[in-house]
Design a protein around this ligand. Sequence first.
Ligand code: ADP
Ligand code: ADP
Length: 229
Amino acid sequence: NQEIQCQSIYFRYIESQYALQNINLSIPANHMTAFVGKSGAGKSTLIDLLMGLNQPERGQLLIDGVPLTSDNLVSLRQAISYVPQDPFLFNASIRENLKLVVPNATEAEIWEALEFSSAAEFVRKLADGLDTLIGDRGIKLSGGERQRIVLARAILRNPSILVLDEATSALDTENEANIQAALERLKGKMTIIVIAHRLSTIRNADQVVVLEDGQVIQQGGFTQLAEEK
Ligand code: ADP
Ligand code: ADP
């Protein structure tokens, strides 16, 4: 498992404004790092760089001390599972949704991933279990249920780095608790990077990085940051 380091990273979409400026930070392996900050602070932009979807204009990303290049980018991408805020599921059964990404997953592995993601309980209650069709031709899952299925799919890939964009919707407090429980179970097993919108997520994090206007304005443990405030 790999440590990710950002060294003096700059990035901009448009000439006149830096989306990220002089980002220096280290994301230790097998720990949980949370990025927090207002909308537009640069969280998604930074995540995209960490996942190799974009390249910094200046500065560099190091994976275990080795600069990220086109050569090791592929292995980084393979090591990362990403759970977006509004996850995508196919119009197929839950099992097919999981197997499309990891075709050789066994039933036992699928259920283990569902247990980790806090999805097992609700899937078990569905009339057709794993065979339940979801999407247009099937049942409608709540946003939180969809996120937990996608989290299970992400876990099934056995990533060394899990990136999760916490849902912004304040409506789904049940999902909030479920995702928290899932992250707690996964802690220490892989590197976890969370884009956090709520304080409760940060509480679990080993490291909190606060972004504002494309810069890191605070960095430390949750209690440390709380005391400084
Ligand atoms: P956050 O994820 O914290 O909400 P973003 O990383 O999305 O912040 O945005 C950082 C800054 O970059 C904002 O000023 C935003 O408007 C700008 N930005 C984000 N994506 C694009 C884009 N595709 N094109 C132009 N500007 C963008
Ligand atoms: P076997 O024990 O015969 O190898 P499995 O344990 O894989 O079979 O699955 C037997 C049935 O029980 C399957 O239909 C599966 O959906 C269900 N199942 C398996 N594991 C769990 C679990 N942890 N929770 C709920 N149902 C499960």
